[in-house]
Design a binder for this molecule. Structure first.
Ligand code: 3PG
Length: 327
């Protein structure tokens, strides 16, 4: 009996840490793809308020389709729960839009560097808003991050204030999102909660997109994008960034269900390390090489490219001096 019981246990039940690891891996993977595709869209279509609406809209359509086939079954919602989730959704929308304003304005790596301060903002809010005593050791453990981000900001070549301030506002918004989420802890499963938050956040994102970007979009935004990449690629890009945005957030929410909030927060910072690494490889190294052949190429950030270009040229120069003409 005993040996049969153990063998019929699934691998997932026997190695829960393996499953949690798989959640983290999937979350990071989807997020890296999202960040790269998203920045590619901003390079030819710089309308972050509208793109934020598209992200949420694709997710909401996906949720509606999933509910309609019962995967997952839609959890019932009432007025009381709606009231609890509204501030969470508002902060989700604000943080999302501000992150995207920053993505469109500076290098992806720089936005994520600033967003690495989120745990510091969380600690500050716990201490000064909620009145919890944060141990000195925790403040000290956050100090290297704060110093590192300050140094990175001072030397960042793609630096501009729009990119910096909007990423900072997103840090504040996401900190309040976690405060309100704690108050809105319910029996509902995380996939359903995230679906309801997406629907509400979509409504919060719509008005600013219409008022801030609506006129330019109609006048030349859409036309320019279609002229540059064609209608089919434009629409498929918007669809895929929406899908990846929704799926990485859903997996992130499901991961939070499995681990402690602090583990999740540390995991989120580690995620940014991966995004920073991959985005530098894609936008600075690959695109700058392409620039050698195609001067019309759209880039991540001109300044990054100039720096990397300079570096490549120096490298080539050095190799030539050594008599190596192979590369
Ligand atoms: C967004 O679009 O909302 C940002 O990508 C949020 O970034 P994060 O999930 O990495 O904090």
């Amino acid at each position: 009996g005993f040996s049969r019981a153990t063998t019929t246990k699934s691998i997932a039940e026997r190695f829960p840490a393996l499953v949690t690891g798989f959640f983290f891996f999937t979350w990071y993977f989807l997020n890296v793809i999202f960040n790269i595709l998203n920045k590619k869209v901003y390079n030819y279509f710089p309308y972050p308020y509208f793109v934020s609406v598209v992200h949420l809209l694709v997710g909401v359509v996906y949720c509606a389709a999933s509910w309609s086939i019962g995967l997952p079954k839609r959890a019932p919602i009432d007025k009381e729960l709606l009231a609890l989730l509204t501030p969470v959704a508002f902060c989700h929308a604000l943080g999302h839009v501000m992150s995207n304003v920053s993505f469109a304005a500076v290098a992806v790596s720089f936005t994520h560097t600033i967003k690495a301060l989120e745990p510091f903002f969380n600690a500050a809010a716990s201490q000064f808003v909620l009145g919890h005593q944060i141990p000195l050791s925790l403040w000290l453990s956050l100090a290297p991050v704060v110093i590192g981000v300050s140094m990175a900001s001072l030397t960042e070549l793609s630096f501009n204030w729009t990119g910096f301030i909007s990423a900072m506002i997103s840090n504040i918004a996401f900190t309040y999102r976690s405060i309100y989420s704690k108050k809105a802890m319910t029996g509902m499963d995380s996939t359903n909660v995230y679906a309801y938050i997406s629907i509400m956040a979509l409504f919060f994102c719509l008005p600013p997109a219409v008022f801030i970007e609506g006129p330019q979009l109609i006048q030349y935004g859409f036309k320019d994008a279609i002229a540059k990449v064609g209608l089919v690629k434009f629409l498929s890009d918007l669809f895929w960034i929406g899908m990846f945005y929704h799926l990485y957030n859903q997996v992130a929410t499901n991961t939070l269900e499995r681990v402690a909030p602090l583990t999740h927060a540390v995991g989120n910072v580690l995620k940014r390390v991966f995004v920073i690494g991959f985005s530098i490889v894609v936008f600075v190294v690959i695109l700058c090489r392409k620039q050698d052949f195609n001067s019309d190429w759209n880039w991540d950030s001109h300044s990054h490219c100039r720096r990397s270009h300079l570096f490549l040229n120096q490298g080539q120069h050095r190799r030539k001096q050594k008599g190596n003409f192979l590369s």
